[in-house]
Design a protein around this ligand. Structure first.
Ligand code: ADP
Ligand code: MG
Length: 416
């Protein structure tokens, strides 16, 4: 169902109330507070983040909430409506649970230590990463904490439920532990938790989008310097909606194709003699074609042209407004489908049907191999485009997609 503005408000209340309720069920008492952080949709800039490039995501109204309270015994307990059992460990045992792997990531395919379920490695990994930012003597004195988590962010749909849970847990611990860390540092802690505690080799985009989002704006992020600029989107003013088409096909970041794509990008940068593909421009592509095999070349071409499309999108938004970015979204999808080869038939069908029925632009969003597409659609055309996508899926024999609109929204906050 398409969410009306009224329904979006109830969506936010659901996660916050759900987290508080779970906290009471877990501990028998009320939390000190409830903190929440949003998921994100990526407008454009896919697989550019780990190449030191540019991305343009926005935080969405779907949020994950963490209800939390300190406890005296130096232990951390996490619970989630997502899981049947809470997980509890001593804070002092976190270092043994997630041995530091230096600045790199675990090998793709590695999963979190068998001793905690994967979902628990997100909030426990945040506690571990935050403790790692302060002197050992100070970390040793941190009190324990109970955290209960509930979420409205669809999991595994390319809307970054992972950054939302990291952002919610990081915001709660930052305040309860009195760390006073800034949003960029919290985003970096989220990435470290995801890379090293969970073992998913992802870039910094999701955490930065969640931590630095603003209503009606996208976060333009230079993934090398971590400098951000808030870019007004003006969708509502232009009568536009962002329709998410969740295919329901689950991706799995810790395995397979994602790591291979990263390896291709690293080979490309090495062959070109640059630190990262961010340092190449479209003018370098003929040389890349000579140095690389055909597959690696196409991976490189996607990243290099996608960086340029992000810059062009920022320029088009400023010069001509959101109706001017449709072709850039479509070109991004074609590049992800043909050069990076991370689309799937469901995502291609979603994009084609949306465009054929009046969408201004459409593309797959997120890491690929499943997840969601976004379509930029006139407010009045949302129903028509949605019906067309549903028909296309039915005709192709695909599972029914989940359709809803997302609104560029604010970053983390304390709700209660
Ligand atoms: P995405 O970020 O695209 O939704 P990921 O695979 O990166 O997908 O992250 C999804 C994983 O994050 C889930 O499988 C689960 O382990 C964890 N997660 C997300 N939301 C929650 C939640 N509310 N409670 C517990 N774990 C969660
Ligand atoms: Mg994720």
């Amino acid at each position: 169902a398409i969410l009306s503005d009224g329904a979006q408000i109830s969506v936010e209340i659901t996660a916050v109330a759900g987290a508080a309720e779970l906290f009471r069920a877990l501990t028998g008492s009320a939390p000190t507070g409830v903190w929440s952080a949003p998921g994100r949709a990526n407008l454009i800039g896919e697989h550019t983040d780990y190449n030191d490039g540019f991305v343009l995501p926005f935080a969405i109204q779907h949020r994950t909430a963490a209800a939390a309270r300190l406890r005296a015994d130096g232990r951390i307990r996490v619970a989630s409506t997502f899981a049947s059992e809470p997980v509890e460990v001593a804070l002092d045992d976190l270092d043994a649970l997630f041995p530091a792997t230096g600045s790199g990531t675990r090998t793709p395919g590695d999963t979190a230590p068998a001793t905690v379920p994967e979902w628990a490695a997100y909030p426990l990994g945040i506690a571990w990463a935050l403790r790692g930012l302060i002197p050992a003597w100070a970390a040793a004195t941190l009190p324990g904490v109970d955290i209960a988590i509930a979420s409205d962010v669809p999991v595994g749909a390319g809307l970054s439920s992972s950054a939302a849970i990291e952002g919610a847990a990081a915001s709660a611990l930052n305040e309860l532990w009195g760390l006073g860390l800034d949003p960029v540092t919290l985003a970096q802690a989220g990435r470290r938790a995801e890379n090293e505690a969970v073992g998913a080799p992802t870039g910094i985009m999701d955490q930065m989008a969640s931590m630095l989002g603003h209503a009606d704006a996208a976060v333009f992020l230079d993934c090398r310097s971590l400098e951000t600029r808030s870019i007004p989107l003006g969708f509502a003013e232009a009568g536009l909606e962002v329709l998410v088409i969740d295919t329901g096909v689950k991706h799995a970041h810790s395995t397979g194709g994602y790591g291979e794509r990263r390896a291709s990008c690293e080979r490309g940068a090495a062959a070109l003699g640059i630190a990262a593909l961010r340092d190449a421009t479209p003018a370098d592509l003929p040389r890349a074609a000579e140095l690389l095999d055909e597959v690696d070349f196409r991976r490189v071409r996607h990243v290099v042209t996608e960086d340029q499309r992000v810059l062009d999108t920022v320029a088009a938004l400023a010069a001509d407004g959101p109706r001017a970015i449709g072709d850039l979204l479509v070109a991004s999808h074609a590049s992800l489908r043909d050069d990076f080869e991370i689309s799937i038939p469901e995502l291609d069908a979603a994009v084609e049907a949306a465009l054929a029925h009046g969408a201004i632009g459409a593309r797959m969003t997120g890491g690929g191999f499943g997840g969601a597409a976004i379509a930029l659609v006139d407010h009045d055309a949302v129903e028509r485009v949605s019906d067309a996508v549903r028909r296309a899926f039915a005709d192709a024999g695909f599972a029914e997609p989940h359709l809803f609109t997302v609104t560029p929204s604010d970053g983390p906050r304390r709700d209660v």
